[in-house]
Design a protein around this ligand. Structure first.
Ligand code: KG4
Ligand code: ZN
Length: 312
């Protein structure tokens, strides 16, 4: 990704996107009661475009503006319930997860285990010391010639693969704690490929399967550790890799074997980056009394644990 091109692309898309959104929702600007936008972490140029647009829109409409932490958006996405339940008449489901809970945030930029004490009070239990899980999916998919974004493509290939042909290592499971490391799996995939070259579609599927099994097993082991440490009975899984069907199924079955635990995932459409989760996080923050001054604040790096706790 070229940061400058990404920023320019954002500028070109902002106004048409807002208009399309309002048309699709049958709403006008007069219906808005606040504007939430992502303040970070991420690519600074792209963040600045969105934040400047959002803050200015709020100012022009005399509305409160809420700068949202991207990962808090992911973390709260499972609390949105199903997107299809959200007609005005539908009741909100009563079984949505409630904090405190333990959260696995697995995206293209982050792999973190979080103790979510209350809205805004997030304690980091462990994180990847190198590549994020999604990044490892993307890089391994590229090595296999499966295209971008690699996660869904690799998962599709893995579904046809033989799980017994290659066994990839489970990184860092022999060390205590909840940290992860995924860059070694990509190297393992590269070495496996170079021994077989030229690779066939069957090789591709078998390597994809072995890689996916290793990532899922590692995430599952660390989630179990985190749940034991926090004593929570709810695990919330969020971020793009949370859309992975094998991860969803394995967490459900494996964690329940030894723990009384409920595993909650966002709606599939809410796993990967989306505006609804940012709007929801902004709404929760607004209810808790948050609003931005008349300034545009963005942060390329922003640890989730630095957020201010909210009481509402
Ligand atoms: O949360 P997200 O949309 O963006 C970031 O905040 O990074 O996550 C994107 C990541 C990508 O690395 C993508 O390959 C991965 O999520 N991903 C998946 C699947 N769907 C998306 N990884 C594995 N299996 C999937 N089904
Ligand atoms: Zn994301």
């Amino acid at each position: 990704m070229v940061p400058e091109l990404a920023s320019r692309d954002h500028i070109q898309r902002m106004t048409p996107l807002l208009n399309e959104l309002l048309t699709q929702c049958g709403r006008s600007l007069d219906d808005l009661n606040a504007v939430a936008y992502t303040s970070g972490p991420g690519l600074l140029g792209a963040l600045l475009v969105g934040a400047t647009f959002g803050r200015s829109l709020a100012w022009s409409l005399n509305l409160p503006a809420i700068g949202v932490h991207h990962m808090e958006g992911h973390l709260l996405a499972p609390l949105l319930g199903s997107l299809h339940n959200h007609s005005e008449a539908a009741e909100r489901p009563t079984d949505l997860p409630q904090m405190p809970f333990t959260a696995l945030l697995v995206s293209g930029g982050h792999t973190q285990l979080i103790n979510a004490h209350q809205l805004g009070h997030y304690e980091l239990l462990g994180e990847s010391v190198d590549d994020a899980a999604g990044e490892a999916f993307d890089k391994t998919a590229k090595l296999l010639g499966l295209g971008y974004p690699g996660g869904p493509a690799l998962a599709k290939a893995a579904a046809q693969g033989d799980p017994t042909r290659f066994i990839f290592p489970r990184p860092m499971v022999d060390r205590p704690g909840c940290d992860f490391s995924f860059s070694g799996l990509k190297t393992f995939a590269r070495n496996t490929i170079s021994k077989l070259e030229p690779i066939t579609d069957t090789d591709r599927a078998d390597i994809a399967r072995a890689f996916e099994e290793a990532v899922v097993a590692t995430l599952t082991i660390k989630c179990r550790r985190a749940l034991v440490e926090t004593g929570h009975n709810t695990l919330v899984v969020a971020g793009g890799v949370g859309a992975n069907a094998r991860l969803r199924a394995t967490l459900e079955t494996e964690l329940r074997k030894k723990l009384t635990v409920r595993v909650c995932f966002p709606d599939f459409n809410l796993c990967t980056d989306n505006g609804a989760m940012i709007a929801y996080a902004g709404w929760r923050r607004l209810q808790a009394g948050a609003s931005e001054p008349l300034a545009v604040r963005t942060r390329a790096r922003w640890p989730l644990a630095e957020l201010a706790a909210a009481d509402a």
